[in-house]
Structure formats: C-alpha cells, structure tokens
Design a protein around this ligand. Structure first.
Ligand SMILES: [Zn+2]
Length: 340
C-alpha cells in the first residue's frame, strides 16, 4: 500500500485539511465526471499519497458511499495489498528518479489488465520524479488511456512537471493546514510527542513531521542547536560531522540552519526575534554591515546546499564547505552577536 502505513492512512482519512479534496472527488464521481487523470498538487508531506490511496480505494470499491466501504471484496483486496487492478510507480530505494522503464512497464500492465469491474488505477507518486523520457512515455497514455483507467499523479513542485503532462490532468489541490490545525491533528495522532519542532522542520507539513519523528528525527532540533558550540570546539571532526549530517535528515538540518541564520540576521538588524518578542540592540553601523554580510553569505551557501540536495550534486562536500565556513566565522559572529 505504498509507503503510507495503514495506521497513518486511518488518521489521514480524517485529516480536516484533506476534506475539500475528498469532496471534490466525491462530487466528480457522483456526477460521473471524474477525469481519467488526476493531478494531486500540494506541499511535500501534506498527505498527497494518502489521498491518492483513498481515491483509489473509493473508485474501486464495489459499494462506494462517502467513503470506501472497507468490507466488499475489492476493499478486502485493497486492504490485503493484493488488489489486481492497481499499479504503483514511485522512486526505487537508493534512487532519486523514477526510471523510465518503470513507467513503460506500468503502461504495458495497464493495457493488459482487464479490471475486475472495468476499473483500474495507476498511481505515480511523486510524478515530478519522472525524467523527460518517463513523462514522454506517459504522455500517450494520458492522451488515450485504456478504457476504465484512472491515473493519479502527485506533485509537490508543478514547475518540474512538463506542461504537456500537467495540462492533461484534472487538478486536485491540497492546502497545507494552519500551524494550529496541524498541531491539533498531530496531538490526536500521538499526544506524547512535542510536535512544535518537527512541524517547523517539516515546513508545516504534518505527514512530513510524522515521518521525521517516526524515522528518529525528533531530536534534530536539539542536535542542531548544539552545532554552533560543536563547530567552535577545536577537537571537532568537521568532516565526520558533515558526513553524518548529509546521511541523516540533511534537508531538515539545512532548514534548521536557514532559520537560525535568518534569526541572527534579524537580531543583527535589531528586528524583534520571533520566539521571544524582544527587540535587540543593533550593532554599530560599520560592524553591523560586516556581520550581516557574513550571515547572508552563509545563508546563500545553505540555500545552495538545499537546492543541490534536490539534484545530484555532492551533498557531503556542500555540508563540509558550509560547516568549515561556519566554524571559521562563528567565533567573531557570535562575539559580535548583539545581546537580546
Ligand atoms: Zn468497498
């Protein structure tokens, strides 16, 4: 059942921020107007895969209502992960892209599948991980889908999907919930976790926050908070530290660093700091200029590493460069840090 576990599916099927999207699909189904291809668009970790699974189960259900019935033969096949009319394509482990052969294989299977009740579903998650060849292979199927086929694509960054693909799909947009709504929902899922840190690291996306915590990332905020002190210690092995950072939640670490640097910039400029509403004393003009320039330089490097993470650049090297620069500059940056 893809990487969405049954437990989180159960919770996500009740997630209030997905209500509008679910209703959009129900209405389309009721009016017999469901498009043959849906493009679920929303921030990474907001629940797109779970929504795709819910739609799949509903569309294939033998007695669908507002929800999949959960007891018919189709639902039983679905829940046992043995449904013959579902194809899923995703990024194979250890890869960054969906191989074109996987897309081609899915298309061939779709043509061969008869569908228990004339319906079959293929999920491509995330569709923006297809390369140009994969997208081209899919294009013909989007133009002339085999009868009874529903294609569901998920995408976090629309600009990475060829317009020829996106324009042939009906759009289902998922909005990121407000911080308060996300925290309420997460507390219902697990009240033993302090979700504030993980949700911030996950840029407000609740499923990403859950994934972070369940993968052992709950402590990243605490670990990263120690980074400046660690980098200032002469006995710290910066290369080993960079190596560990890129192997374990690199995106979240970079996001933490980005927040940290932005906060230092705000302090340097004498602007109120978000977490405690205290305006700090700005530095004298000359020192301030140098201070802010150095921080912006580090921020640029952090953002460079963030975009490199999405590509195929050497991320270890970027972390090393970033940490070495930080280590070199921290001493005077923190010495100059205006007290707040
Ligand atoms: Zn059913």
């Amino acid at each position: 059942m893809s990487d969405v576990s049954v437990v989180s599916r159960a919770w996500l099927d009740k997630a209030p921020w997905l209500d509008a999207s679910r209703q959009q699909v129900r209405d389309a189904l009721a009016g017999d107007k469901l498009a043959h291809a849906l493009l679920i668009h929303g921030q990474s970790g907001v629940g797109k895969a779970a929504l795709a699974e819910w739609i799949t189960q509903l569309v294939l259900c033998d007695q669908p209502g507002e929800e999949p019935c959960g007891v018919c033969q189709s639902c039983r096949f679905y829940l046992a992960d043995t449904h013959p009319d579902i194809q899923r394509v995703g990024i194979p482990e250890g890869k960054k892209q969906i191989p074109v052969d996987d897309v081609r294989e899915m298309i061939t299977s779709l043509r061969l599948m008869s569908g228990r009740r004339g319906r079959k579903v293929a999920i491509i998650d995330p569709a923006d991980a297809m390369n140009a060849n994969g997208a081209n292979a899919l294009l013909k199927t989007l133009e002339e889908p085999p009868a009874g086929t529903l294609l569901i694509l998920t995408v976090a960054r629309l600009e990475r999907l060829p317009p020829t693909v996106a324009s042939r799909c009906s759009r289902v947009s998922v909005k990121t919930p407000s911080r308060a709504d996300a925290l309420t929902w997460l507390a219902q899922v697990d009240s033993t976790v302090d979700w504030n840190g993980p949700l911030a690291l996950a840029s407000g996306a609740p499923v990403a926050a859950m994934r972070l915590v369940s993968n052992g990332g709950a402590l990243i905020t605490e670990q990263m908070a120690e980074l400046p002190a660690m980098l200032r210690r002469p006995d710290t092995d910066v290369i080993a530290l960079a190596e560990r950072s890129q192997a374990h939640f690199p995106a979240e670490r970079l996001r933490w660093l980005e927040h940290w640097l932005c906060e230092r910039i705000r302090r340097g400029l004498g602007i109120a700091v978000s977490d405690h509403n205290l305006a700090s004393q700005p530095l004298p003009a000359e020192a301030r200029k140098k201070h802010i320039q150095a921080l912006y330089g580090l921020l640029d490097q952090t953002r460079l590493a963030q975009s490199a993470l999405r590509g195929s650049a050497n991320v270890t090297l970027l972390f090393e460069t970033l940490y070495f620069t930080l280590a070199r500059e921290l001493e005077w940056l923190l010495a100059q840090q205006p007290r707040s």
